[in-house]
Design a protein around this ligand. Structure first.
Ligand code: ASN
Length: 469
């Protein structure tokens, strides 16, 4: 527990005199929230937020991720606020406090361009793509039984659009300003109800109910000022009056492997460093934890053996992603403290990989012949000494291949932590694909980087293994 709190404190270091807030956002929701060619977050939301922070003298750490998780972050106190093209609805008002509205919206239903489906009744028996946790999805669901379509969920808007473009889903529901912008920028989709949008409403900035009222106040007063002094309109025009390409880069930056590598070198590098950092910390700490669990597992105390078995059983049984969500999104609501994503991710890896390590360490010690222990004890060595001098060295030798195997698994498992928004390699790939829709090239690049890392790790482990022998 102390170790856990220490980790939190370590990740929560902050020093500036101005207050710093954590603000979550949708990783990809143009023209409101998206990455430019320098991997900076821009868009109508982001420009307004920047201005609110500047005029009210605070700084913020932006957490871009899938919308559903971004909203959960605020609901559970992991983030102080969210700006994400988020519609103001009665349901949300139960959980959040919300600013004045800053942009009008309504839900469109959308098909492929030139589609023969023109009325909602044409969707009977067909599949409709929805984005988890959104107001548009709720609207779609409210029509489902009446029109008899099936639904399929996505985490981000771009993937959802592509599912319709590729013909896997017949239609989708999304907010009008967002789909309009995508179509204007060349997406081959078509809005079917432009003059009759569902759930007309507006976007707002949200905080958890009863928390951070100063942020809502700051947002509202700055929004009012910005509308009066013209800076609000300027931001809107900046995005709506020019092509998305002006921000996200020319085709040549995106349509060759080399171009993608070159134009994203900084973010790929940062993602790589994050993956390596996570892997190294996790390997060291999970190995130590696993050794402790393994030693406990063969100890003379029944209690310690039982404890070790229970811990290994629990954390080997939990899927890594469930554990990550539990620590990152579940625990903070109960502990009333923020857990930084990196800390949550590292802790997840330590607990999960440590349990596997504990199991093979225990097995390794057990494999060293019982006779060896008896022989050592009959020579007069106390239990501890016999363990340290006779059993452990022989056991460790047996375990080396299992350790190497576990190191490689740990490296690969770091990719699952992209789900809690850690900007490691996989999440970096997701964000680049969201911007340039070059899934094949980007995932090939990311895949090759992982293979190189794994090769290096294997070499290193083999070298270590030889030295140990
Ligand atoms: N427009 C969505 C909603 O209000 C949010 C989003 O997809 N970024 O639920």
């Amino acid at each position: 527990m102390a170790f856990f709190l220490g980790l939190i404190a370590f990740g929560n270091r902050a020093s500036a005199a101005e207050p710093n807030y954590v603000i979550s956002t949708d990783a990809t929701y143009a023209p409101f929230d998206f990455q430019d060619k320098n991997n900076q977050y821009i868009g109508i939301d982001q420009d307004i937020l920047k201005e609110v922070a500047k005029r009210n003298h605070f700084t913020y750490t932006l957490k871009p991720m899938a919308f559903n998780s971004a909203a959960q972050m605020v609901a559970n106190g992991q983030a102080d606020g969210i700006i994400a093209g988020m519609a103001i609805t009665d349901e949300r008002k139960q959980v959040y406090d919300v600013s004045d509205p800053y942009y009008n919206t309504g839900v469109a239903w959308i098909t492929k361009k030139g589609s023969k489906l023109t009325s909602l009744s044409d969707l009977k028996g067909k599949t409709v793509a929805l984005k988890s946790g959104t107001a548009a999805a709720n609207y779609g669901l409210s029509l489902q039984s009446k029109y008899g379509f099936k639904v399929k969920y996505f985490n981000d808007t771009d993937t959802m659009y592509n599912d319709v473009v590729n013909g896997n889903s017949a239609a989708t529901f999304e907010d009008m300003p967002v789909i309009q912008y995508a179509i204007k920028n060349g997406l081959k989709l078509q809005v079917q109800n432009a003059n009759d949008l569902g759930n007309a409403g507006a976007y707002g900035f949200f905080v958890k109910k009863g928390q951070n009222p100063q942020l809502i106040k700051a947002f509202n007063s700055t929004l009012k000022e910005m509308k009066a002094d013209g800076s609000y309109q300027k931001i809107v025009n900046k995005y709506l009056k020019s092509d998305q390409k002006t921000f996200t880069g020319s085709a040549s930056d995106n349509d060759s492997t080399w171009g993608i590598l070159k134009s994203n070198k900084k973010s790929i590098w940062n993602g790589l460093v994050e993956t390596i950092k996570l892997t190294i910390f996790a390997i060291i700490l999970a190995s130590l934890w696993g050794l402790i669990l393994g030693v406990m597992g063969v100890s003379q105390s029944k209690f310690l053996r039982g404890l070790s078995t229970t811990i290994i059983y629990t954390f080997r049984g939990l899927p890594l992603m469930v554990l990550a969500f539990f620590i990152y999104i579940g625990l903070p609501g109960v502990l009333h403290t923020k857990v930084p994503a990196f800390t949550a991710g590292l802790l997840t890896l330590i607990l999960n990989e440590g349990a596997y390590t504990g199991a093979f360490v225990r097995g390794g010690f057990e494999a060293v012949n019982v006779g060896q222990m008896e022989a050592a004890r009959s020579l007069g060595l106390p239990y501890g000494k016999a363990m340290a001098k006779v059993i452990v060295p022989q056991g460790l030798k047996i375990m080396v291949p299992s350790f190497v195997n576990q190191f490689i698994i740990t490296l690969k498992d770091t990719s699952i932590l992209s789900a809690i928004g850690i900007l490691e390699l996989t999440q970096t790939g997701t964000l680049i694909v969201a911007r340039n829709s070059q899934g094949f090239r980007v995932w090939a690049i990311v895949g090759v980087i992982y293979l190189i890392l794994i090769t290096l790790l294997t070499w290193l482990s083999n070298w270590l293994e030889k030295r140990l022998n």
